[in-house]
Design a protein around this ligand. Sequence first.
Ligand code: EPU
Length: 339
Amino acid sequence: MLRIQEHVNLQPFNTFAIPVTARYFCEVTSEAELISLCSQLTDYPRYMVLGGGSNVLFCNHYDGLIIHNRIQGISFEAKNQKVHGQFGGGENWHECVLRSVEQGLYGIENLSLIPGTVGAAPVQNIGAYGVEIKDVFVSLRAVNLIAGNVEIFNAERCQFDYRDSVFKQAEAGKFCITEVTLSLDKAGSPKAGYGELSAELAQCGISAEDATPKQMSNAVCTIRKRKLPDPSELPNAGSFFKNPIVSADKHQQLKQSFPDMVSYALPNGEYKLACGWLIDAMGWKGKLQNGAQIHQQQALVLINRGGGAEAICNFANDIKAAVYERYGVTIESEPGWIS
Ligand code: EPU
């Protein structure tokens, strides 16, 4: 039964812990509930779907309806040589990784400990340690909030890109993802190409060629805990900026001025720059400004130190301006700013 609450404090529903309120708030626990809600959506000034709140920055009180996706369900089904994992859009992503890993399945172990829900994962094509969700993606079900029907998206329709998909572009705000199906593999192999990951495995005496999904997951968790602040202790939304992509010419020019700069060659000839390095090399790691802070262990993460959205937005703009001034590179924030 759908219950629309009013004046709900969103602080527990966003990992930046910004204490804004939602004028209207509603939890949905099934596709059917969501479909029944669609016909009422025109009654509200605006609406948005919220998962784990780990990729949003609420800049103001929200005057519309927040639809909180709580659709549960985890199941595994043998499919040819693979196993298809089906995960409800409201499930916690890391719980799903743990369940897959417990079954000895390869595929998403490198994406351990990423905060947020399953439904949010394809929206920004979550990725870490050499794997993105697109690599194992089969399909998803999503409710079209305008038409009130269920639609199926395959990988092509999702238009996945680095931290991007059709759900952030042409279809932004139109769908609520209710279920995601991923292709997992008992006979798979570990993806330990990311330097820090192979180093961590070596440290634990584990061979990178035959690490189990559980061992991979544990190694990723160790690295993440070391570098990324726990939002329950230090409110944050993971990487605040995307790693910028520049042309080969621009990359070469930067390398001449900054030989230590960390970058990755992309298949199309462009280069992705480690934005954490760019900020760190300005000497800004740990910098505190009016209640917002750049994390001491990872310069790409901004922490709410009590200054709230205003402090975070101002600081983010200052960082962006300083990076542009020093490197001539424009950086974009990863979380969506909701004003
Ligand atoms: N670096 C620095 N100083 C810093 C931070 C990073 O010099 O303060 C250097 C590191 O030494 C390393 C390089 O930059 O050589 C890359 O750093 P890291 O491995 O921590 O990865 P990242 O590029 O900063 C990305 C993702 C993370 C993901 C990691 C691991 C983005 C925006 N971020 O960070 O994702 O966990 O790779 O794959 O692509 C997230 O999206 O919220 C997130 C945490």
